[in-house]
Unconditional design. Structure first.
Length: 547
């Protein structure tokens, strides 16, 4: 096959043996080499493609924590606090008050059709709207007959109107569940926290759990369009049950010649017996393809810090809220980690609070004592509140961490004022501590929790600026090069894909982010302003303008 050589203004390879180049040669979707044109012509007859001659190439960005629901959720009504751009490029203004939220949902209700269909708003961010929580009576202003559900930005909490609670058989006194607060009448107040109450809505209303939906052809393609806009060539789906039908759809869509994004889908632990989970993950691993990687497991230890459902250590929440919820019981976590190690399966574990992190570190230490693996790469996802001692334990246990750098911008002010207080907020998403303690790390968006955009995520890690312009945790800022490595080779390492992607060097997949601006030449405070032309995926160019 003819060799294709791309010329670029500059190529940042993430290969320390040759950090920059001007040309990259590819064949059969893989990289033959990067360097000068003269150094590559020895590979044989070639075609020189100069469409990127005025642009910058980097390794395709790797989004190490996202959800395919980002492609499906735009079917519903966005009511988040911050402005947001959808897969079609349309920008939606943020809803800055409860009145704004209700008004937007009222507009949607007016043209919603079948009154039995659930009206869903998403991205709701009550922590930005004052102390008062949203109740069922607030949502009754939209409709007293149509079920209305309001997904929090974290996707760990849902608000419901009276009609929704009634339809789900939850509008009754005597409910005794920590995830279903009650009002002065002894009835559910309308806020449902954690997987159990939300699963009831899924079962009884056909309103699927928000983080298990999205795996249909339209949603996959919408998600891929967002990836191209962000320069992402490999993205994860970290919350799917991966049913046989879902896997069949994913294999078909990702296998199409015009699909630009490699999907790494982790099987979520949703309470099934551990041996059953392990066997399912083994079976899925055998179904992997070049563009769909299967066989790893996602475990969720606790909930959301800003939703007050994360498990945090003494002295607890800054505003006195009760401690959060265990999504996975400690004894089940111990069993899962041990059996996954024995089976050679990769596990990524969601921990937001430091108590959840401590629980998983304890479980991991016990598991490694039984089944030692020198290169397991079990990864803590989010791990937002970990302190330096916990990072040292991660290093000793051979673990990786994928930090939620975007949280500093979107919720940093709220964390300092309400959730964990000013001191602990300074250490959240501690990238510099990860570097200092030798813990391999990545940074992520957790889309749709925050928008998919690795350059913005890198900017957050470099600058640690909140949405109000406050510097939060100056000592945890990292250099631009370290942040760019975190969204390329760092994320690839946590997925055990660093031998295939994450850098531009011989033998790896020809996956590139194509940029109009060189992020190394921008002021670090403008890193997020670097413009994305699109991507090259397996040697095939996909431009934003072609979407």
């Amino acid at each position: 096959m003819t060799i294709l050589i791309y010329e670029a203004r500059r190529i940042h390879t993430m290969n320390p043996a040759q950090p920059t180049a001007t040309h990259v040669a590819i064949r059969d979707g893989r990289i033959l080499g990067a360097g000068s044109l003269d150094s590559l012509t020895g590979w044989g007859t070639h075609t020189l493609d100069r469409q990127f001659a005025d642009r910058v190439l980097m390794p395709g960005f790797v989004e190490g924590h996202s959800h395919l629901i980002e492609g499906a959720i735009w079917r519903h009504v966005y009511v988040g606090y911050h402005d947001r751009t959808g897969p079609d490029g349309v920008r939606w203004p943020g809803a800055k008050s409860m009145d704004d939220v209700i008004a937007r949902l009222r507009d949607a209700q007016a043209c919603a059709g079948d009154p039995g269909t659930v009206l869903v708003g998403w991205g709701f961010d009550p922590i930005h709207l004052g102390e008062r929580r949203c109740t069922r009576h607030d949502l009754d202003q939209i409709s007293t007959e149509r079920p209305v559900a309001l997904l929090h930005a974290s996707l760990h909490t849902v608000n419901a109107n009276t009609a929704t609670l009634r339809a789900a058989s939850l509008l009754r006194a005597g409910l005794d569940h920590p995830g279903i607060p009650v009002d002065d009448e002894g009835l559910p107040a309308g806020e449902l926290k954690g997987p159990d109450p939300i699963a009831i809505l899924s079962t009884r209303l056909g309103l699927l759990h928000p983080v298990t939906t999205g795996v249909d052809a339209h949603a996959l393609r919408s998600f891929a369009r967002l990836c191209v806009r962000a320069g992402v060539t490999t993205a994860t789906d970290l919350a799917s049950p991966l049913s046989a039908d879902e896997v069949e759809t994913m294999r078909a869509v990702t296998g199409a010649s015009d699909f630009p994004t490699r999907i790494v889908a982790l099987l979520r632990n949703i309470g099934q017996p551990v041996p059953e989970l392990i066997e399912r993950a083994r079976a899925l691993r055998a179904e992997s393809t070049e563009m769909l990687r299967l066989g790893a497991i996602k475990m969720v230890a606790d909930g959301s810090i800003q939703g007050f459902s994360a498990r945090i250590r003494w002295p607890g929440y800054f505003n006195g809220a009760p401690n959060g919820l265990w999504y996975t019981a400690p004894e089940q976590a111990r069993a899962l980690l041990a059996q996954a190690l024995e089976a050679g399966l990769l596990v990524h574990t969601h921990t937001n609070g430091d108590e959840a992190t401590e629980m998983v570190l304890d479980a991991m230490q016990a598991a490694l004592a039984r089944h030692y693996d020198p290169d397991h790469r079990f990864t803590l996802q989010h791990c937002q509140l970990a302190d330096a001692a916990q990072f040292r334990r991660m290093h000793a246990l051979g673990m990786c961490v994928n930090l939620f750098a975007n949280h500093i911008y979107y919720w940093g002010d709220a964390h300092a004022a309400q959730t964990v207080g000013p001191e602990r907020a300074q250490r959240m998403n501690a990238c510099a501590t990860a570097i200092a303690t030798g813990v391999p790390f990545a940074v992520h968006s957790d889309a749709p929790i925050t928008p998919l955009g690795p350059l913005f995520t890198a900017w957050c890690a470099v600058n640690r600026i909140t949405s109000t312009g406050r510097l939060l945790g100056a000592d945890e800022r990292i250099p631009v090069d370290a942040a760019l490595r975190a969204i390329t080779l760092g994320a690839a390492y946590t997925l055990k894909l660093d031998g295939e992607i994450g850098s531009i060097e011989c033998g790896k997949r020809a996956d590139f982010a194509v940029l109009e601006d060189d992020p190394y030449e921008l002021d670090p405070q403008r890193l997020h302003e670097a413009r994305v032309w699109g991507v090259v995926s397996g040697g095939r160019p996909f431009g934003v303008r072609d979407l």
